[in-house]
Structures are given as structure tokens and as C-alpha cells.
Design a protein around this ligand. Sequence first.
Ligand code: KG4
Ligand code: ZN
Length: 342
Amino acid sequence: MDITILGIESSCDDTSAAVLRNSTLLSNVIASQAVHIKYGGVIPELASRAHQQNIIPVVDTALKEAGITIDDVDAIAFTRGPGLVGSLLVGVSFAKGLSIAGNIPMVEVNHLHGHILSHFIDLPDRELPHPSFPFLCLLTSGGHTQIVRVDSPLKMEIIGTTIDDAAGEAFDKCAKVMGLPYPGGPVIDKLAQKGDPEAFDFARPRVDGYDYSFSGLKTSFLYTLRDAVKEDSDFIEKRKADLCASLQATIVRILLKKLVQAAKDLGIRDIAAAGGVSANSGLRNGLLAEGKKRGWRVFLPEFKFTTDNAAMIAMAGSYHYRNGEFSSLDVSPVARLEELEK
Ligand code: KG4
Ligand code: ZN
């Protein structure tokens, strides 16, 4: 029997709805919020308000594009967390309203599981490559940096995590001090293409196990700029491409080092990337190069599945649905991952 899932994602600054039939994506609508650009970061209160404005048209469009009505939906999958609580609240409340109105069961999804399980989505005109279990997923987003051992769609364990900033945060914060717009990751990626990745040597962390740290790099980047600007006030403008290329290369090296170690230690050779930073060209090329050297099968998400989207939430939700895991109407959003996992 076909299973049709409506996914709803509102954890940060993208309002998204998607329709998935079994593993095939029928629609995936994303409304990105331009309101934050002028502030150089996401303003939670503005994000909640924009979600409220966007959610009805976004869901409506997703259903229409999929060629279905709400009566065809078997379950509503929504992001319960982690994320901004006000933003999450809009998606969770909307899912509840639809659930009551249409008598449709609800399924809650951990946003990070969504990113990882985006690797199991197929498109109507083609199947996408899916990793085999167990695989390792390097999950790098604006808020999280993790190495996850994925044993099955419903069983995964974080084996490494950042002890301070996330990789996406390192991109965004360093972009900000260079006067680049938010989000900084894609801008740095683009500027880095024209720069020399060896031009600057930034600090690299020494952290045990598979954990990460990016705050030292950020400080080292900041000091380099501060000292150089004292000598030459046009320094950033003149060396922007080299700064971006060197920063990106350092972040990629840090990410890959622990991933390579984990893959070696665990003897796992199916390696996937997920989350916003997995759109980064340096990281994608680095993963492919390591894969070639080490005999990995490397799974890079399609660009549209790297940043936040509801397709991945519908995909993750479909596994919970098939496993009979439903949410009751008293479910509330959870901002922090640690609380979600309790
Ligand atoms: O997964 P995501 O959309 O949202 C969170 O759940 O955080 O990730 C957003 C992050 C931002 O930090 C953004 O700068 C980063 O992903 N990002 C990139 C690129 N595209 C997005 N970082 C580096 N290179 C990119 N091409
Ligand atoms: Zn995300």
C-alpha cells in the first residue's frame, strides 16, 4: 500500500512543506526568509512571524504541486526540534491543527535525523544513490557538527560532536568579521574559488576522540585580521579571496581528519555528508578525494537537500510511521538536542 506523508519544517529560518509518496518526492516547497539578511543573522522573533505568514501558502502549494489534497495524506511529519523554539512552535501548532481538522496522525521528527535520512529520498524521474547500513554521516549545519554512526533509519548514534562552535557557525562568524552577508558559508565558498588555500595558516584544534572544536580557528582568524588591518586598512578587501580559501581549506581539513579516523577505526566505508555545510564545494571535493584514496563509497546530497527542507522531514517521518510511532496532541517543541533525546 502506498504511504503519503506531508512533511513540515520550521526549525530555523526556512518554512518548508513537502509531500512524499513512499520514498518518492512529489513536492518540496521552501520559503526562505529574506528578513534576516540586513541583521547579519537570524532574529528569532522575526523568524516566528515570517513562519506564521508563510506556513499556510507553503503547505497549500506543496499539496497542489504534488497533485493531492489533504484527504490523501496518511500522516503529517513535523520537526519537533532542535531549533528555535518560536519557529518550531509554528510548525508544531500547524501540524496539530491539520491533524485535528483532517483526523490525520502526526509523527514527530528530529531535525538532525531528517538531514541524515535525506539520503533515502528518490525523485519521480530517478532513484538516488542510498548508503548501506551501517554508514557514517558527517552532519554539518549552522548549529551542529557531528559524526553519526547510522545503524538503521531508526537507530543512530553520535560518535563525535563539536565541543563549541559548529562548522557552519565558523563560516558565518568569520564571514561577518570580513563584512560579508549572512549566511556566510555560500559567500565564502564562492570567494574561495579564486583564492590560495595555503595563503594563511590558521590554528587547528587538538581535541580527543572524534570530537570537533572551531572556536580556536575563529579566534585565530580574528587575530590575523586584527593585526593585518592595523598595518593596512584595506587588507580584508585586498586579500578576501585568499582569506576565504584558507579558512575553507582549514575547516575542511578539520572535518575530514576526524571522519577519516572514525571510518578507519570502525571499518565503515559508506560515508555520507548532510546538513547546510555539505553544500560546500571544498568539503564535497575533499570527501570525494578521501573516498578515492580509501575505497569509500561517498554519498553527497543533492544541493536542494543540503539546507533545511521538509522533504527530509517527510522521509524520516515515513520510517516512524511504518514503525507505528505517532505523536499525541500534547507534543511540544524542543529547542535543544540533549532534551530531545531524553
Ligand atoms: O542545515 P542548515 O540549512 O541549517 C541548520 O540546521 O543550521 O545549515 C545552514 C548552514 C549555515 O551556517 C550556512 O552558512 C551553511 O549551512 N552553508 C554553507 C554553504 N551553504 C550553506 N557553508 C559552507 N559552504 C556552503 N556552500
Ligand atoms: Zn538543518
